[in-house]
Design a protein around this ligand. Structure first.
Ligand SMILES: Nc1nc2c(ncn2[C@@H]2O[C@@H]3COP(=O)(O)O[C@H]4[C@@H](O)[C@H](n5cnc6c(=O)[nH]c(N)nc65)O[C@@H]4COP(=O)(O)O[C@H]3[C@H]2O)c(=O)[nH]1
Length: 625
């Protein structure tokens, strides 16, 4: 498993960032508050000045008569009227020569600024006060001046309230912003963490994903290179996962993948690295190996563990694994080559028959190249008319009469010459080409058979091999029914041969398909019988018609006692289940006689005829009527 230790910023850095952002926002707000207070100060001051000017002008206007008559009592009353305004600290009336005529309060001793002392202005601001001089005139002539001193305390008080409330609003805004910012940061961090998790973890199994695996492999290789150690890279592919996925659905498929992941983890040490690279492909990195055998032991353990039944939806499912292994530094010096070579070895494990592991050897690369080239040629083989069917008769052993044929595919490639079906059928299966090719085989075989059966009393049947891959095609029964209908022949002319291992692989998932095929009228045969592991209980339930004894039990008859015992058992089993038995690979009369004596119904082999081109069949039938 992988730990998520790829955090780009730690919580400490995140808090510092938050603190710095808060400080910056605070400084900006403080500056704004200071500016606002300054603006407010000047606004209040000029309002006070305007107001004071009006007051002084009114008093000055009223004082002109008192000054003309030098009536100091009236002047004192008028100046004293300023007491109505609490902001007036004091006022003095002086005549043209600067002589004091009246004051408020009477003992107000402030010196009146001399003419010109205020420059062009009529006022000046001093600490906490405003001094204002208003002229007293009569008919345009200057008689004297009123000097008024105004308190700035009201301005200062209002400014204080304004500054405090602005600062409070700014502080609240700052707190809200910091709170909001930290919440946003928290959710961003959470989202980042989720993304990081998704970028490194396979959501189905919780194992490392391909990205994380590549990083860990690079790291493991660097580490191994520095300490002069070995790394083994195991690429593990489930052989029949798709079948479970297709038959039981994706949820069951995911469940299976999770169980496989658990079994892999349980088969490894804690510090080994496991990842799911996608689909049904897993990868394992084993570090610090003291011998290659350690890796092979792990492979054997993995195959054993995955080979145990998987209980899914109340049924036991069997899945096998093919594993390819490549070592650093012997097989590859960098991660890309290591993965590629492990993949090549895995591919060979599949070719070797699946459920095995293979260690990479350089010669594998040549095999892979050959296979790739065969696959690309095979893609054009059907359209290019390079495929043909050969037919091998199936003979009634007792009466030596031909009852039908097995259709066997032949490929003559302009590039590769005659390619054996043993070589190209697995390629066709892996690439999916077997589906269109298989349909072509059925159509071709039924059309050929129609010609041969034309006017015949005992109708012949034709047996066609079917691959697992074809069985997995969604509506296989409907498609086969369509092919039969297109050829306008009875369904029971067609026999489908399925190998024993293929039938038993996921028999419970396939039993319904077999039943549908039987309902269609198609005959079913189990090919290569005796080489797989048949479950007797399933054999009883399967709607099959024929068992075909594998030719490996026929070759050494009648001498080999074991083969004799096996053939005897298969024939007895088939008959007890009411099935027909056919033996393949009969090459000698002695083999044919031995099988006949054991009660075998039909035979097929070079003794009777080798597989022959379609063009020779009519002639063969005429000669063997
Ligand atoms: N030693 C010996 N061999 C004999 C004798 N009589 C027949 N044979 C060979 O045994 C194989 C019988 O076919 P199979 O077991 O179905 O095994 C087939 C079958 O599994 C597969 N195959 C062939 N045609 C098709 C096809 O159309 N579709 C699919 N899916 N598989 C096919 O390729 C396999 C090999 O086919 P072939 O090379 O044609 O090989 C054929 C046949 O030529 C004999 O007396 N002695």
């Amino acid at each position: 498993m992988m730990r998520d230790d790829h955090s780009p910023h730690s919580p400490r850095i995140s808090y510092r960032l938050l603190f710095a952002s808060a400080m910056a926002a605070g400084a900006a707000l403080l500056l704004a508050v200071v500016l606002l207070v300054i603006v407010e100060f000047f606004t209040l001051r000029s309002a006070l000045l305007e107001d004071s000017r009006v007051k002084a002008a009114v008093v000055a206007d009223n004082l002109s008569a008192a000054l003309v008559f030098r009536d100091s009592q009236t002047a004192a009353e008028i100046v004293g009227s300023l007491r109505a305004s609490p902001i007036v600290l004091g006022a003095v009336l002086v005549d043209q020569d600067g002589a004091r005529l009246a004051a408020y309060p009477p003992d107000f001793a402030e010196a009146v600024p001399a003419v010109g002392e205020l420059g062009d202005s009529d006022h000046r601001f001093r600490t906490s006060r405003l001094e204002l001089v208003a002229p007293v005139t009569h008919q345009g002539a200057l008689l004297g001046r009123v000097y008024v001193v105004i308190s700035m305390s009201s301005v200062e008080r209002r400014l204080g309230i304004y500054a405090l409330s602005s600062a409070a609003v700014a502080a609240i805004a700052l707190l809200l912003a910091v709170g909001l910012l930290s919440r946003v940061r928290q959710s961003v961090r959470q989202a980042e963490q989720n993304l990081r998790h998704l970028a490194h973890v396979d959501p189905v199994t919780g194992l490392a994903n391909r990205n994380a695996f590549n990083e860990r492999l690079e790291f493991a290789i660097d580490e191994a290179a520095s300490f002069d150690e070995n790394v083994a890279m195991l690429l593990l592919d489930l052989d029949n996962f798709k079948q479970v996925n297709d038959t039981l659905g994706h949820q069951a498929g995911d469940e299976l993948l999770r169980m496989v992941a658990q079994r892999i983890l349980r088969s490894l040490r804690r510090d080994d690295i496991v990842a799911r690279l996608g689909g049904d492909e897993f990868a394992v990195i084993l570090k610090g190996l003291s011998a290659r055998s350690e890796a092979t032991q792990v492979c054997a353990k993995l195959i054993e563990s995955i080979g145990q039944p998987f209980p899914i939806e109340g049924q036991d499912f069997f899945v096998t694994a093919s594993i390819g292994v490549a070592f650093f530094p012997e097989d590859a010096e960098d991660s890309r080559t290591l993965i590629r070579n492990a993949d090549t070895a895995m591919y060979q494990a599949k070719v070797a028959g699946k459920n095995v592991f293979e260690l990479f050897v350089p010669a594998m690369n040549l095999n892979v190249k050959k296979r790739v080239s065969l696959e690309s040629s095979l893609r054009g083989a059907l359209q290019g008319g390079e495929l043909a069917l050969h037919y091998q008769p199936k003979v009634d052993l007792m009466r030596r009469r031909v009852l039908g044929f097995e259709a066997l595919l032949r490929w003559h490639s302009p590039e590769h010459g005659n390619v054996s079906p043993a070589d190209f059928i697995p390629i066709a299966e892996d690439s999916g080409l077997i589906v269109p090719i298989g349909e072509w085989v059925i159509t071709q075989a039924l059309n050929d058979l129609r010609r041969w059966n034309d006017g015949r009393r005992d109708k012949l049947h034709v047996a066609v091999n079917l691959s697992t891959r074809q069985l997995r095609v969604d509506d296989i029964t409907r498609r086969i029914a369509q092919l039969i209908a297109d050829c306008a022949v009875p369904a029971d002319w067609l026999e489908l041969e399925l190998t024993e291992s293929m039938v038993m692989e996921n028999v419970h998932a396939q039993i319904e398909t077999f039943q549908q095929l039987q309902a269609l009228g198609v005959k079913l045969a189990i090919d290569d019988f005796g080489t797989g592991y048949s479950s007797m209980s399933y054999l009883k339930r399967l709607p099959i018609d024929t068992l075909k004894i594998d030719r490996s039990f026929v070759g050494d008859l009648p001498k080999d006692q074991n083969d004799l015992a096996i053939a005897t058992a298969i024939i007895a089993l088939a008959h007890s289940l009411g099935l027909t038995v056919i033996a393949e690979g009969i090459e000698t009369t002695a083999q044919a006689e031995a099988l006949l004596n054991l009660g075998c119904d039909l035979g097929q082999g070079y003794l009777f005829a080798r597989p022959m081109p379609a063009a020779q069949v009519a002639q063969y039938l005429a000669a063997n009527a």
